[in-house]
Write a protein that binds this ligand. Structure first.
Ligand code: ADP
Ligand code: MG
Length: 390
């Protein structure tokens, strides 16, 4: 454990004791994530390739056996929120507490005897930046309860239950990528995940060893229509699968794409969605084979192609994200793309180590010239997934 994460665990444990009057049973951490490639594929049973950020949600937790659930976040402040596990009901809570409470609800719904808990947490994952602060929150609580109630659940099972919490309890129709990334990623690796059966492979992704860096550019914007548009894309993909007679777009082979598009006739909207999903799944497989053969720099053009597909076919980019990608590539980046759902949030930029300052500066200057909010740029080192830290 790094010094800073040990210090974070210490601080969260100390605050827990102030709030609840005794030391926590333990402290757990779960990271946010960046998706290297494979966007809007996770609700099409397709492939994704996230890696974990060093940024984590850290939770100090004690078990309770009296049906009471108490929740507190250092980042929200205010008084402790007190609930009862019997009273938890889907979509009854519009506050942040719906994420951890949803996990308790999902565990209990699945038949696990979770009888209450005291939770205090703090997170360094920026919220709403497309870096999965919500999944970090869910997974850290799921892992803590798994340990404290000796549930014996595996990482992918905790991910499924966390997704159910977010889908049903919070009411957000998200795919399975974020929770699985937070639960299952390993340091120095990206996670090649098949979202159909959750089979996974850790792919070595140690950029520093090869003289490269990956920058995250948080545009600090979130366009307000993002939720409705996400729902429309999901529906369009389901329509495409139905028209093509497959369970999910994942079942359209890349080599049959032209024939599939021809069968969709003049439904241009659905044709575009199908083209993105099928080519994106193919790009994930290409990135996996390049990384496994040690040809890391060659993934750059695939990132740029993926961005163009999200911009032109899937239509989930925005001027800020396009500006990051265009500027970075013009300034010499190996590759760049938006990451996460789109309509704001973050982009990733793959760069040679020595180019970090010039490319960062180029992006910042381009944002200033366009009159956009100053972006937050940081380096993302592929880090560990969820774990107990104390
Ligand atoms: P993302 O997962 O991309 O960051 P979401 O909208 O899915 O964005 O999740 C953000 C929400 O998660 C916040 O609005 C808040 O309710 C909750 N959240 C994230 N981090 C924290 C935190 N440290 N404390 C309390 N709630 C948090
Ligand atoms: Mg989220």
């Amino acid at each position: 454990m790094s010094e800073s994460s040990a210090a974070a665990a210490e601080a969260v444990a100390a605050r827990f004791e102030e709030l609840y009057g005794s030391a926590p049973d333990g402290v757990w951490a779960a990271p946010g994530r960046v998706n290297l490639i494979g966007e809007h594929t996770d609700y099409n049973d397709g492939f994704v390739m996230p890696f974990a950020l060093p940024h984590t949600a850290v939770a100090a937790v004690s078990r309770r056996d009296d049906g009471v659930l108490r929740l507190h976040s250092a980042d929200i402040g205010g008084p402790v929120v007190e609930l009862t596990v019997d009273g938890l009901a889907p979509e009854s809570d519009k506050r942040w507490t719906a994420y951890p409470a949803g996990v308790v609800w999902a565990l209990r719904e699945a038949g696990h005897a979770v009888t209450g808990a005291d939770v205090h947490l703090a997170s360094t994952v920026p919220a709403g930046a497309g870096l999965s602060s919500s999944a970090a929150l869910e997974v850290v609580v799921a892992l803590a309860l798994n340990d404290l109630f000796a549930l014996g659940l595996r990482g992918w099972q905790l991910a499924r239950l966390s997704q159910r919490a977010e889908n049903v309890y919070v009411g957000a129709p998200v795919g399975i990528m974020d929770q699985t990334a937070s639960a299952c990623c390993e340091a120095g690796h990206a996670l090649f995940l098949d979202t159909r059966d959750l089979s996974q492979r850790q792919i070595p992704f140690d950029l520093a060893a090869e003289g490269m860096r990956l920058l995250v550019v948080d545009t600090q914007v979130k366009h307000s229509h993002s939720e409705g548009e996400y729902g429309k894309r999901r529906e369009g993909c389901e329509k495409g699968a139905a028209l093509l007679g497959v369970d999910a777009l994942r079942d359209v082979p890349y080599d049959d794409l032209d024939a599939a598009l021809a069968r969709l006739g003049d439904d241009e909207e659905v044709r575009r969605l199908v083209r993105h999903v099928v080519t994106e799944d193919h790009r994930v497989e290409q990135v996996v084979s390049l990384l496994e053969s040690g040809d890391t720099r060659a993934i750059g053009p695939l990132l740029v192609e993926g961005h163009a597909s999200l911009r032109d076919d899937f239509r989930v980019s925005c001027p800020e994200l396009d500006l990051v990608v265009d500027t970075a590539v013009s300034a010499g980046a190996l590759g760049a793309r938006m990451t996460g759902g789109g309509f704001g949030g973050s982009a990733i930029v793959l760069v040679e180590e020595g180019d970090v300052p010039t490319i960062t500066k180029a992006v910042e200057e381009a944002f200033a010239a366009a009159g956009f909010k100053t972006p937050r740029v940081f380096e993302a080192v592929p880090s560990a997934g969820a774990r107990r830290v104390r």
